[in-house]
Design a protein around this ligand. Structure first.
Ligand SMILES: [Fe+2]
Length: 310
């Protein structure tokens, strides 16, 4: 069995199409999607329709889909916060059946592949692992900070991840207690995999918004033979300008210009910026002694006007 493991599409249809074309050329049997299908780029319905049309795909929720649960039962007259403008737009843009589809997805899923001794557990951002400070070291913002200190290759990063995780007794113990030998999750937008004792961990990176200094769409092929596990990390070029031009012409851009401009910058450089922008917003709020959260329009606008992308 060959699985295409895909995560964090973030509304980027051209990236998803490129990944699916590559997966077909690689004789994929089944598709695994581990969350964050919409938000930052302007193709929410097209992405969801594409996933829904893949027969037998394994699909779970990401944190973006969990926001829809919150918005579903809220009063739209209170949707006034600019920091949530992309979420508001996507919620209103999603067709009813697509919205219900995303809301109805499970938060995790176990897969027992046929004729195999292996078993997979899918998550978006498994809370039991993400509590560890060592997982924080693997975040996209820490990736930028490390890269600024010392340029490193993907192979060096894989060694670093392996070292960080296998030396964390708590994580090793938690993994040991799981009844599956393959754990799959996304969320950080950084592609990696590691083997910790008898467990294999796979993060396929981000299809639609990679943040590991490689702007090609990421996904990972997982091949299961009777006893062996083969992992092949793939990076697929696609036309980033198509995604940016389409989004710039959409109402998402009119509704959330600052946000989209940062996202375009992230797309072009494959480098985390939103986290640093939020730190900037926080510093402006503190200077103004404005402790209202979500951030007030005054704070958000001042932060947007004074933000300079690196
Ligand atoms: Fe994401």
């Amino acid at each position: 069995m060959r699985y295409a493991v895909i995560s964090d599409i973030h509304g980027n249809l051209p990236a998803l199409n490129a990944v699916i074309d590559d997966a077909k050329r690689n004789f994929i049997d089944e598709y695994v999607f581990v969350g964050d299908y919409y938000c930052d780029l302007a193709y929410p319905n097209e992405v969801v329709n594409t996933i829904k049309n893949i027969k037998g795909a394994h699909v779970i929720k990401g944190n973006k889909e969990k926001y829809l649960d919150v918005l579903l039962n809220s009063d739209q007259s209170e949707w006034v916060y600019e920091q949530f403008a992309p979420l508001y737009w996507n919620y209103r843009e999603l067709d009813d059946d697509n919205l219900q589809y995303l809301i109805g997805l499970p938060e995790d899923k176990k897969i027992q592949p046929p004729n195999s001794n292996h078993k997979m557990h899918l998550f978006h951002a498994p809370a039991f692992l993400f509590k560890s400070t060592n997982m924080d070291l693997l975040s996209s913002s820490k990736y930028v900070e490390r890269m600024i200190q010392e340029n490193f290759s993907h192979e060096e990063y894989l060694c670093y991840v392996q070292k960080i995780l296998s030396s964390d007794d708590k994580i090793v113990k938690i993994l040991d207690g799981l009844d599956t030998d393959i754990v799959i999750f996304g969320h950080s937008h950084i592609q990696w995999h590691a083997e910790i004792d008898t467990k294999v961990i796979i993060n396929p990176g981000s299809c639609g918004l990679p943040l590991d200094y490689d702007k090609r769409a990421a996904y990972t092929i997982l091949e299961l033979n009777e006893n062996a596990i083969n992992i092949l990390e793939r990076r697929i070029p696609y036309n980033i300008s198509d995604t940016i031009c389409y989004t710039m012409k959409s109402e998402l851009y009119i509704n959330a210009k600052t946000w989209c401009d940062i996202i375009f910058h992230q797309l072009n450089l494959a480098k985390e910026e939103i986290t640093f922008f939020f730190r900037h917003v926080e510093s402006i709020a503190k200077k103004k002694n404005d402790y209202s959260r979500p951030y007030s329009t005054t704070v958000w606008k001042e932060a947007a006007n004074s933000w300079k992308s690196n």
